[in-house]
Design a protein around this ligand. Structure first.
Ligand code: DOR
Length: 444
């Protein structure tokens, strides 16, 4: 089966270009093929932009064990709608993904439930170094240096030194200093208001932990990805040019700040916490000047009932996969950033950070994971239209211009204008860790 996509303006590695694409066997066969080249079907895409599928390298899809919040099927419907064609999921499910056996169980589950491509991190514990050394079929190791949802935590120095010294897979971490968080919490008697969350998980907690993790990475010369940077102060730490460190920011840390607690309460309670408008600006600066390479969501659904409990019982986290691309496209329309930058942050950079084979670019031989985008389409985010099982969005009521309208996974249309092809299944993502990550791999 050969498919031609015709008439779209494509975001190629070399820039914008109005060329046709030929797809075959789930891959990009040709760019700008002769008009006479045979195709079994043609997708007309005049007035649309064609971008590589979004790769979200930080999501919590709750499957197995917490499937009243989300599961791999509902989450990947949300992905398909949002233009996310590949995801990397975190290990804080129930049971946690801390052994090869658990990882393989998750991969098996994903093969039957996921509408888009999938990958799963292995979680570090204070004593599973042997597992971390032997595991394959994973992008890398996730460390909770500060605790969040679930009970994964490694904050003893000796255990951290061992993980950085004795393993070779790339490492990413949730950086909030546990001791600082505990001390702040005690000082505030545990907190009573949602806004106390940002006083407990404060700038210091983030900076101390990020500094500690970068120090470990540099001393052990170990590749390290800082997840969800939330403060302008941390972005200063990302200036060190070691070629080892990459970093990520989430749309919610670019958008929300402590002034939003009044309007949104626990809906904007997440870890790391939201900070100030100066932090929003500092994060944008670091993203634009290349200190932060990746935009990902940390999609972390909880039911509204759970969220509505009083602080500190209210859990941290918010859903975002189905709106992250549209939020960034709206920024393109607002003149804040270019479409090429969005494609770099959400497609090419995560593929390079995690050594993904055949992903992140529109180039010959790459996987035909593609998204058609209508930069003129205006739509308002509404709770009742969300595909995520939790059924709400902190952006409810927000009007955005620029939406994905058609999503292809390995050349098959999984989402088109509000409709899903539920027969489509994504594939396990492949990694080639010999590439050496974002700074060392130079695709042709
Ligand atoms: O707010 C958060 N919630 N941050 C995390 O890192 C974990 C997540 C969750 O799993 O609920």
């Amino acid at each position: 089966m050969r498919t031609r996509i015709s008439g779209a303006t494509c975001v190629l590695p070399t820039g914008l270009s109005r060329v046709d694409l030929l797809l075959e066997d789930g891959k990009i066969l040709g760019i700008d093929p002769p008009t006479t080249a045979h195709a079994d079907e043609t997708i007309r895409a005049d007035d649309l932009m064609l971008i590589p599928g979004v790769i979200d390298d930080q999501v919590h899809f709750r499957d197995p064990g917490l499937t009243h919040k989300e599961d791999l099927y509902t989450a990947t419907r949300a992905c398909a709608k949002g233009g996310v064609t590949s995801f990397l999921e975190m290990p804080n499910t129930k049971p946690a993904t801390i052994t090869r056996e658990r990882l393989h169980e998750k991969l098996e589950l994903a093969s039957s439930k996921c509408l888009v491509n999938y990958g799963f991190y292995i979680g570090a514990t204070p004593n599973n170094v042997e597992e971390l050394q032997q595991v394959t079929r994973t992008p890398g190791i996730k460390i909770f240096i500060g605790s969040s949802t679930g009970d994964l935590l490694v904050d003893q120095q000796a255990a951290l030194e061992r993980i950085f010294a004795e393993t070779t897979l790339p490492i990413c971490a949730h950086c909030e200093d546990e001791a600082t968080v505990r001390a702040n919490s005690e000082r505030l008697g545990g907190g009573t208001k949602y806004e106390d969350h940002s006083l407990i998980r404060d700038v210091n907690a983030a900076v101390i932990a990020t500094k500690r993790a970068i120090d470990l990475a540099v001393r052990h010369q170990h590749r390290f990805h800082v997840l969800h940077v939330s403060t302008a102060a941390e972005t200063e730490l990302l200036r060190a040019p070691q070629g080892l460190i990459t970093a990520e920011v989430c749309p919610h840390h670019l958008y929300f700040n402590v002034d939003d607690y009044e309007r949104l309460g626990s809906l904007v309670q997440m870890n790391p916490s939201i900070k100030t408008s100066d932090d929003n600006e500092g994060l944008w600066r670091a993203l634009k000047d290349g200190r932060i390479q990746v935009v990902a969501t940390d999609h972390a659904p909880h039911t509204l009932e759970e969220k509505q409990q009083p602080y500190p019982k209210s859990p941290s986290g918010l859903p975002a996969v189905e709106n992250s691309l549209a939020l960034m496209l709206d920024c393109v329309n607002a003149g804040i950033c270019s479409l090429e930058s969005v494609v770099h942050w959400m497609c090419d950079a995560p593929a390079r950070v995690w050594d993904m084979v055949g992903k992140g670019r529109i180039a010959e031989g790459y996987d035909a994971d593609l998204v058609l985008v209508d930069l003129g389409k205006k739509q308002t985010i509404r709770n009742e239209n969300q595909q995520t099982k939790c059924g709400w969005s902190p952006w409810h009521g927000v009007a955005l211009q620029g939406w994905p309208v058609r999503t292809l996974v390995h050349g098959h249309t999984v989402y088109l204008d509000g409709q899903f092809d539920e027969s489509i299944r994504g594939r396990e993502i492949e990694y080639d860790h010999s590439r050496g990550g974002y700074w060392n791999y130079k695709p042709e």
